[in-house]
Design a protein around this ligand. Structure first.
Ligand code: FPP
Length: 252
């Protein structure tokens, strides 16, 4: 990936370790241009590339993108089919490049509903990149937060545990391999979680923007990071800055 000289997180600012994004607004972006909705998804893929580059350049180790929810199957058949071929094409064309750049690719969600060739592609992309130590790029596809919790619960029961504790469930959640997201970004103007990572987002800082996903570039990503860096994270306790240091002065 190229080095950018434009958008860099200053060394002193606390950067998130894990950013999750709900990529919304592709359809409206296309409609605003009198284009078919699917052109918005095609353009959205360019923003996916830009976001991966942004994380790579700024040493953000985990990026998780909501590409297809379990509810998205209800969209018109031609749009669903376009999205499937876009995933297929993107993975086929980009996975070698991701691998070259030391990116570890992961997929979360119920993959059994996808076509067998696509499932195979998900598996092979994960296997190829599993030893990589750079950015972990996770694509959530046919993912739902409630499904994730129920699925973890079923796995815990199958394991034969006596008590289903938070620790046991965490081990079986889809994002068990990653730290909890520090920052959730949602583009496209809606202000809700939409059944995304409901288990993992409990202490996550939320950032909503009206910018439509195809217009979300490194400048917009930096705005989200700047907003995050200025937040006070409390985790239910006394004040903590986003970098984890206490805001309570000594003696107070
Ligand atoms: C939401 O916009 C977007 C999606 C449901 C699809 C997002 C998928 C991509 C950007 C392609 C990603 C590909 C890979 C391989 C990660 P919307 O259609 O709901 O927009 P609207 O709210 O304006 O209608």
């Amino acid at each position: 990936m190229k080095n950018s000289t434009t958008q860099k997180i200053p060394d002193s600012a606390p950067a998130p370790s894990h950013v999750a994004i709900i990529m919304d607004g592709n359809g409206r972006w296309a409609k605003n241009r009198f284009l078919p909705r699917v052109m918005g998804h095609r353009s959205g893929l360019k923003s996916v590339r830009k976001s991966v580059e942004f994380c790579h350049q700024n040493n953000i180790p985990f990026l998780t993108l909501f590409a297809f929810s379990s509810e998205n199957w209800r969209r018109p058949a031609d749009e669903v089919s376009f999205l499937m071929s876009l995933f297929n094409k993107a993975l086929k064309e980009e996975v070698a490049k991701l691998h070259e750049n030391n990116v570890r690719f992961k997929m979360i969600g119920d993959r059994t509903k996808f076509s067998l060739p696509l499932q195979d592609l998900f598996d092979k992309s994960e296997q190829l990149t599993e030893g990589n130590s750079g950015l972990t790029l996770t694509i959530a596809a046919n993912y739902g937060g409630r499904w994730d919790i129920l699925n973890a619960m079923r796995k815990a029961i199958d394991e034969g545990v006596d008590i289903v504790s938070e620790e046991v469930l965490s081990r079986h959640m889809q994002l068990a391999f990653a730290p909890e997201p520090d920052l959730l970004i949602r583009t496209g103007g809606e202000v809700r979680i939409s059944n995304f990572l409901i288990w993992d987002l409990v202490y996550t800082e939320l950032y909503f923007t009206d910018v439509l996903w195809p217009d979300f570039d490194s400048g917009e990503f930096m705005k989200a990071i700047n907003s995050y860096s200025g937040r006070e994270r409390r985790f239910g306790m006394a004040g903590l800055r986003a970098d984890g240091s206490s805001i309570i002065k000594e003696g107070s």
